[in-house]
Design a protein around this ligand. Sequence first.
Ligand code: SF4
Length: 447
Amino acid sequence: MALSGIEIYKLLPKTNCKDCGVPTCMAFAMKLASGQAELSLCPHVSEESKAKLSHAAAPPIRTVTIGAGERTVKVGGETVQFRHEKTFYNPTGIALRVTDKEPDSLVEAKLNNFNRNVYERVGLKLKADLVLIDAESGNAEKFAALVQKVAGLTLAPLILRSENPEVLKAGLEKVANRKPLVGPATTENSKAMAEIAKSKGLPLIVHGKDLESLVALSSELQAAGLNDLVLDTGTRAIGKAFEEQVMIRRAVIAAQNKALGFPTITFPCLMTDDLLKEALYASVFIAKYAGIVTLSDVPGEVLFPLLLERMNIFTDPQRPMATSPGIYEINGPTADSPVLITTNFSLTYFIVSGEVENSKLPAWLIVFNTEGLSVVTAWAAGKFAADGIAAYVKKCGIDQKVSNQRLVIPGMVAGLSGELEEELAGWKIIIGPREAQHITPFLKELK
Ligand code: SF4
């Protein structure tokens, strides 16, 4: 169970040396308790305390890594029931399911969607994460051939699924070095599946007939030394499957049920034949509380809304998304190009920089640190004020880059222009558009 700030404080050296960058051990303890600092920042903590704190800091839902090398996906690692209590950490993995009963052309078309549909939003690359290969035919050769084919079409982490250990082994031979998630282990095959997972060091899916059997099986596998488990409740009806996801999370967080302290895998693709319904079901599981959702296909109209939903749910509600402050060059600016200024709220930055880029006109963009607040909010909070902006413009080095000193401020804070003219001698302060969509015509006129 997570320790409180006071409990953590008791384990710290209590010297208030500030080496961790925080004024006191108590303040550092509070930051640790709220997940805003890492224990490694205190170089003086004893080994004994370190062991106690690391154990206490382990999330109640184990983090399971699927894949090897750069293309890995982490699922689980969650610590709360509700996002607003802290944050959710590891975004639900979105998996494309293909089966060895599907024709090659269909598998290729699905993998094409999987590889092609990658989106960039606020500096993040959004895409589906995993490919689940299902041995639907029960034929080892067919399954192995499909695994090999898929492995050649994507470097994404894989999930190999067959209840028959021999069939699973045949597929695994082709990709064991890619550390796929394998399974499922069931009441009938658990010993053989445990052996496969253990011998290759792979995470294992545990499939229960119901929650009770899932608890029993998970406990049995843990006793056998398997720690990287992914839970499948076996339910393929949306209402009951949703209830189970909530019950599992509650059992782990509120009742510290160790047998259920693992990420889950859900199968919207096996709950309906309607792809849009499938997407709807997946959206329910992304919100609550699947580690992985599997989809039968990932065309843009299905994938993109799910990626956006996932991005919103898995951002920290207590920390605005922020871009690094600094000077950004857009479209190859010269000494004569105008200088625009905006805040470091990611959404604001990406909209403004995107519009300047689209204008095809060269410009400098100063991103001012407002701790992730948007222009109007930062201005209202006194974090986007003339004195601060002027001080930053003077010290950031922009005056060495431009000879024609023109600073364009957002139209929303036009009221700052007078004060800025006074603070920034030699600069011409220009009031820019109120809305980013008007940046292109504005820059054309300014030219
Ligand atoms: Fe306390 Fe460690 Fe921070 Fe020093 S570095 S103030 S001992 S928590």
